[in-house]
Design a protein around this ligand. Structure first.
Ligand SMILES: C[S@@+](CC[C@H](N)C(=O)[O-])C[C@H]1O[C@@H](n2cnc3c(N)ncnc32)[C@H](O)[C@@H]1O
Length: 197
């Protein structure tokens, strides 16, 4: 993985307002993967320009990633970035709505970083691709602080989304299939949910 090229992808994404993961959230995700050697098969929901996928694949050579992106223009950039890093044999970009993605594969880690209001649906859709020990990592559960402080927005659709995220956060913390740890002070709020049943 070329550090300079990676920085270019990062800086270009930030300059073009592509919503890549916050830097400390990314560090958290990478150190989680680094400290769990058993993580080899990863599913990512929300590729954007491939920044997080390239970073995750850069940790170990045995890591293979399926990543799903609904936006064709975004996916095109991701495919080009991944090819530049010579990771196209280990990172597979699927250009489609995540709900249309069907596979019999079982993943060790599912990183959920797409439409925030749909997290519960993603969780249920991909349960069949998990085993006991699979971990889901959900990003943006604070939604820029608005989940804990709704007064930060007056926009109706944002408020609706904030309610959905809050509902999901409550749900995942109570869901007995998972042991969930919520890291509210990391990035934009990250939950790590380990399938226990
Ligand atoms: C926050 S960005 C992903 C950032 C990326 N994980 C990173 O940190 O480099 C979310 C992406 O999810 C995509 N997305 C939204 N809804 C989706 C869906 N239903 N299926 C697949 N991709 C979706 C968006 O187009 C957007 O590019």
């Amino acid at each position: 993985m070329n550090k300079e090229e990676l920085e270019q992808i990062h800086d270009k994404a930030r300059a073009e307002h592509v919503p890549i993961m916050m830097d400390d959230g990314m560090s958290f995700l990478l150190s989680y993967i680094r400290s769990h050697d058993s993580i080899q098969q990863i599913l990512e929901i929300g590729t954007a320009v491939g920044y997080s996928a390239i970073q995750m694949a850069g940790i170990r050579w045995d890591i293979e990633i399926d990543t799903i992106e609904i936006n064709e223009a975004m996916a095109e950039q991701a495919i080009a970035n991944i090819a530049k890093e010579n990771m196209h044999e280990r990172i597979h970009v699927h250009v489609m709505d995540a709900y249309q993605y069907e596979t019999k594969k079982i993943y060790d880690l599912i990183f959920v970083d797409a439409a925030k209001s749909q997290y519960r649906r993603y969780l249920e859709h991909f349960m069949k691709n998990t085993r006991i020990g699979t971990v889901f990592i959900f990003d943006n559960l604070n939604f820029h602080g608005m989940v804990d402080d709704e007064s930060a927005t007056k926009n109706r659709s944002t408020i609706q989304m904030v309610h959905k995220i809050k509902k999901f956060r409550d749900h995942i913390e109570k869901d007995e299939r998972f042991q969930t740890v919520f890291h509210s002070n990391v990035g934009d709020g990250i939950a790590v949910s380990l399938r226990a049943k």
